[in-house]
Design a protein around this ligand. Sequence first.
Ligand SMILES: Cc1ncc(C[n+]2csc(CCOP(=O)(O)OP(=O)(O)O)c2C)c(N)n1
Ligand SMILES: [Mg+2]
Length: 367
Amino acid sequence: MTTTIKMEDILARSERNTVLYIGYDNEAFMNTGIQESGTTPYGASTTTGPGGELIKGKIGIKEDYLPGFSLLGHKSAYFATANVAYPMDFIGKVMDAMKTPGGGFIQIYAPCPRGWRHDGGDTNRIAKIATESGYWPLITIKVKNGEPTYYYNTVPGMAKPENENDYIGTNDEKLIELLKSQGKFRHLFKPEFLETNIDELFGQVKARNANLNKLLGQFGVDDRKLRYSVKHSKVPPQKHLNPGHGLCGGCGAGFMLNQLASAAQLVAKENIIYVNNTCCVEVSTSKDDVSSWNVSWMHQLFESGATVADAISTAYRIMYNKGIKKEVPYVIHIGGDGSTVNIGFQFLKSAIVRSSSFQIMNKDLKI
Ligand SMILES: Cc1ncc(C[n+]2csc(CCOP(=O)(O)OP(=O)(O)O)c2C)c(N)n1
Ligand SMILES: [Mg+2]
């Protein structure tokens, strides 16, 4: 059974959110030179953990931090994973988050041709294999009064689960294809096939999916397969961001920005403030004193971006409740995996808690 959410129904909702936090995952600190981050997968080569003779890339895990956010007891919150290769799913998720009271956080898979060492023209193909293989499953978690409800989103060609009671599966052949599509895993195949290392990586992917299957079973509803019905013809070209930017050709973060702004424009029109911590998106859309943004946009240092986004929304709501401002802008925070998950994790977690609970409970901060 599938729950279908239509974009017209989302847009017709009178309720709205406070801050949407976006974490685009390109699996390393990219703009500063491809350093390993908490979301770099096991075995991947980075400049701080290169795949060489002695060290075979990252020694450690790719952190899976989204489910943890769903069990913090929020009053109302929206969480999801997304992938730049499935724009209508991501656009539906952004709109749903912006029309859900409280805060939201979406972690989106965004290939990096430069850091992952693949052709810029292969971004979409690689991103698709990531979800089809079970490496990057698509899930949605809606939290209400402290209780999370887990959903999963399917895509064509997705791996079938081995156990009929499961929801998310893995496909070994596609996982190998995913690894082979990126130069950062080349040392696992040449000069020799490192079976033990590849098995470790597969084991980590399967363990993560086993956890998600348990959470989907425990915190699901009957119709836990979720589909966003978004018609391409009803999503006009976005005007928040000018054409042209300094990102590399085929950069997944560029796909993400275009899709994000298309969804945000439908909900917020121009009543929006983007906050961006230091990352590829920030440096590439704010060269010198020239900004690519047509709407309000603010850079905030690295780990503190989420805090500042929350503070901006709070300030506007106080002014609104005192009669100083007539409307409250939508706020979207954009951060990378290094700044958001590694160094800014505590800032992000607390900002989400405030957006998703404290501000709902405080009458002076209501919208
Ligand atoms: C506290 C702090 N440490 C380090 C830096 C330097 N720095 C700026 S951006 C960046 C990497 C950001 O990585 P990520 O958030 O993954 O974004 P990406 O570059 O991959 O888009 C680093 C290390 C900084 N600005 N502030
Ligand atoms: Mg990054």
